[in-house]
Design a protein around this ligand. Structure first.
Ligand code: COA
Ligand code: ZN
Length: 312
């Protein structure tokens, strides 16, 4: 079995994570979170989204967040945008790239973006022109690629319909997103193989949620298919506010721990990630789903005489 030797981890917690939190996380805290992760070696972020502040009030400070980020390391700062207005605002704020999003299923697209898939597809050209005109890179993201909470299984033809449009627009990086954690490893293998065959040379970015505990199993299936880009959230924060039962993304430090144990490089300092996860947990005020932040890396040893002995 041959896996990629290096993986790019895109931290999406500041966007996918914080968008669903009931409280507004202060701008300075968001900035500190991202800058701490840059200091830990993370080099790709979905830092925020430029969407309607009425739809997602938690991210209404998008421009201020971008303005506060440490750009000295060249970490790629992306923002999710749903429409041309979002692209204009993101470009003005100084992002490196925008992620244009559409769902493969009609009902989730209406719930998330208040329009049909056809209307979303028709609007992409304007978004791409605005972004590229401002020197901003464009990534595509296909939500509900592995299943829709309203419609169930999503036919591959619906995913192709969107990827075809991204390909026509010359978009290189395409996110295949499991918005509500419906993917299974076998399905990931099939979808990755099919997409790689249909669109050779594209860069695939897999976006999993751990809603049903299959997140890292799905990553393993992606690695086996040769995919080298994954989205994750510090502490396992996350979820789409416009999908019922949505829960956290796969957890960044658990992902990095697994990759390092497989001798796959990420350039990320796991210890610093764990520190940042604890700090995030204090900010959020509840226990986060991440596991390595609780147990430590697998060779975290304990003094034998420091624990109780089971003597009868
Ligand atoms: N940034 C800031 N404001 C925006 C905006 C953007 N990208 N897009 C629209 N708005 C504002 C409009 O200016 C308008 O404001 P006004 O009423 O004060 O004039 C208002 O939002 C409604 O605009 P409209 O174009 O009619 O949008 P809509 O109500 O049909 O909603 C979206 C469509 C796409 C803007 C909205 O559904 C949205 O923001 N969705 C994002 C959801 C999301 O982030 N989901 C999680 C990620 S997968
Ligand atoms: Zn997501």
């Amino acid at each position: 079995m041959s896996y990629p030797t290096r993986v790019t981890v895109t931290e999406v917690g500041p966007r996918d994570g914080l968008q669903i939190e009931p409280v507004f996380v202060p701008t300075a805290t968001k900035i500190r979170l991202i800058n701490d992760l840059i200091a830990a070696g993370v080099r790709s972020f979905e830092a925020t989204s430029f969407v309607s502040p009425r739809a997602v009030p938690q991210l209404r400070d998008a421009a201020e967040v971008i303005a506060g980020l440490d750009r000295s390391t060249g970490a790629k700062i992306l923002a999710l945008v749903p429409n041309p207005k979002g692209a204009e605002l993101a470009a003005k704020a100084g992002v490196d790239g925008v992620v244009i999003v559409v769902s493969a299923s009609e009902s989730h697209n209406r719930s998330n973006l208040n329009r049909s898939v056809a209307d979303s597809l028709a609007g992409f050209k304007d978004i791409v022109d605005i972004a590229r005109g401002a020197g901003v890179d464009v990534h595509g993201a296909i939500a509900t690629s592995f299943g829709c909470p309203f419609e169930g299984d999503v036919p591959l033809a619906s995913v192709y319909r969107i990827a075809d449009r991204f390909a026509e627009l010359g978009i290189q990086v395409i996110g295949v997103c499991d918005t509500t954690g419906m993917a299974t490893p076998l399905q990931v293998s099939r979808v990755c193989t099919a997409m790689q065959a249909r669109y050779p040379g594209k860069t695939w970015d897999l976006h999993f949620h751990n809603t049903r505990g299959l997140g890292l199993a799905n990553v393993l299936a992606g690695l086996q298919a040769g995919v080298g880009h994954y989205d994750s959230s510090l502490g396992g924060l996350g979820g789409c506010p416009f999908a019922p039962g949505a829960t956290g993304n796969i957890c960044t430090e658990d992902l990095v721990h697994m990759l390092h144990e497989m001798d796959i490089e990420t350039g990320i300092d796991l210890g610093k990630l764990v520190e940042a996860a604890h700090s995030l947990e204090r900010t959020i005020g509840r226990v986060l789903p991440g596991q390595v932040m609780k147990a430590g890396p697998r060779l975290t040893l304990h003094a034998c005489d420091a624990v109780a002995r089971a003597v009868g």
